[in-house]
Design a protein around this ligand. Structure first.
Ligand SMILES: C[S@@+](CC[C@H](N)C(=O)[O-])C[C@H]1O[C@@H](n2cnc3c(N)ncnc32)[C@H](O)[C@@H]1O
Ligand code: SF4
Length: 375
């Protein structure tokens, strides 16, 4: 059970908060797709004997690809990798791209899961974010996709900007519920240093909201979405039964994946590698095949242990004692059992059937608790 991630590093315009890797110049899109096709070839033995269960087009903005470009990428993957018949094929789309023709194209490509970046339903906030769409366009894009037969739809939301208050957050969540999407990824706004928002914050032209207010929004989201049958299966992710993201769940469960395209990460169980985050360098190095287009790090047992704690603690599946015992040395397991006691006493972690999960109180402190459980 493995996945393939393809990073499409292009966007129409830069959102003010985003520090993912992308370029707003589409001039080299052709060349970059050719390089990705070459990388598909170069990487075909990265995960030998593994069935590919998920393919995920992420970005950047994959919905900027032409049908031919997406087709060529998928065709080559199907030709060179063992892709399971019922693989989950996700395509990240920006609402402004999801017109009828694009949706028909995605159907022809047999994409079976759409991830639509709505971010907010507040027009003023969307302008502040520098998004390329309005709230109405977002709503229509979801409805159009549903009308065209896409059932497995997830939306992205961001909360915790200066526009967030409990009243409009409730309205946003209700809108998402009424849209009848099957999955919601909802992220607390992070103000990244190298973004416009980061610069404005430094120049004191912007303010960040405090943790207490973010916590209130987070708890409201859990309450409201759970009442509408969404399962809070990962700190930032909610899905109806049967609609959890298989691709992302596999990341959190420590399964293996190949990342293609500039800035994409790969993991084979023992090592992690990441491609250069520069479109021209990536293409140049791929075509010349002289210099590595990626950096690689072999993970120590300690690093693997800490990563498992960090990712699994954020999920509904939690930290399994059996997994720890069969994958790590006795000393690490002993340290874990000793350190976790404090969190059980403070009711931030619950233990059931030798599985440790965060309580609601614990979810507010997820990263802090994980770091204190590190060896
Ligand atoms: C990198 S984007 C790619 C998807 C697509 N381009 C879009 O904008 O919808 C993936 C998601 O990350 C989230 N994101 C990006 N930067 C963020 C930030 N600084 N804080 C919180 N969420 C962020 C947004 O919700 C976004 O939809
Ligand atoms: S949030 Fe999405 S559309 Fe906006 S800059 Fe980042 S990747 Fe591009």
């Amino acid at each position: 059970m493995s996945g393939i991630y393809i990073h499409i590093p292009f966007c129409k315009q830069a959102c003010n908060y985003c520090d993912f890797h992308f370029s707003t110049s589409l001039l080299n899109k052709d060349a970059l797709v050719k390089s990705i096709l070459t990388e598909i070839d170069l990487r075909k033995n990265y995960l030998p004997d593994k069935t590919i269960e998920t393919i995920y087009f992420g970005g950047g903005t994959p919905s900027l690809l032409s049908e031919k470009e997406s087709f060529l990428i998928l065709e080559k993957i199907y030709k060179l990798y063992n892709v399971s018949k019922d693989a989950e094929i996700t395509f990240e789309c920006n609402p402004d791209d999801l017109l009828d023709d694009k949706l028909r194209e995605l159907k022809r490509l047999e994409v079976n899961r759409l991830s639509i970046g709505l971010q907010s339903f507040n027009e003023e906030e969307l302008v502040w974010m520098n998004r390329a769409h309005t709230a109405k366009e977002s709503e229509f894009s979801v409805k159009r996709a549903q009308d065209k037969g896409f059932e497995n739809i997830t939306i992205d939301l961001i909360y915790g900007s200066k526009f967030s208050n409990i009243t409009n957050w409730k309205k946003t969540l209700d809108k998402a519920i009424v849209l009848d999407v099957k999955h919601i990824s909802s992220y607390n706004l992070t103000i990244e240093e190298k973004t416009k928002l980061g610069h404005d914050l430094k120049a004191k032209k912007e303010t960040a909201i405090d943790d207490e207010k973010s916590a209130e929004l987070f708890l409201e989201m859990i309450d409201r979405l759970e009442k509408h049958n969404f399962v809070h299966y990962e700190i930032s992710n909610f899905g109806k039964e049967g609609y959890f993201s298989i691709h992302n769940s596999n990341y959190w469960k420590g399964k293996h994946y190949i990342g293609l395209g500039p800035s994409a990460h790969s993991f084979d169980g023992m090592s992690r590698q990441w491609n250069v985050s520069n479109n021209n360098l990536y293409s140049k190095r791929i075509s010349e095949n002289k210099e590595a287009y990626f950096e690689k790090e072999i993970l120590t047992e300690k690093e693997r242990f800490n990563e498992y704690i960090l990712t699994s603690l954020r999920t509904i599946w939690g930290v399994e004692l059996g997994y720890l015992k069969s994958n790590f040395n006795d000393e690490f397991v002993k340290i874990f059992l000793k350190q976790v006691e404090l969190f059980i006493q403070t009711k931030t972690i619950a233990v059931n059937n030798q599985t440790y999960t965060l309580t609601e109180k614990g979810k507010l402190l997820a990263d802090k608790i994980a770091s204190e459980l590190f060896v």
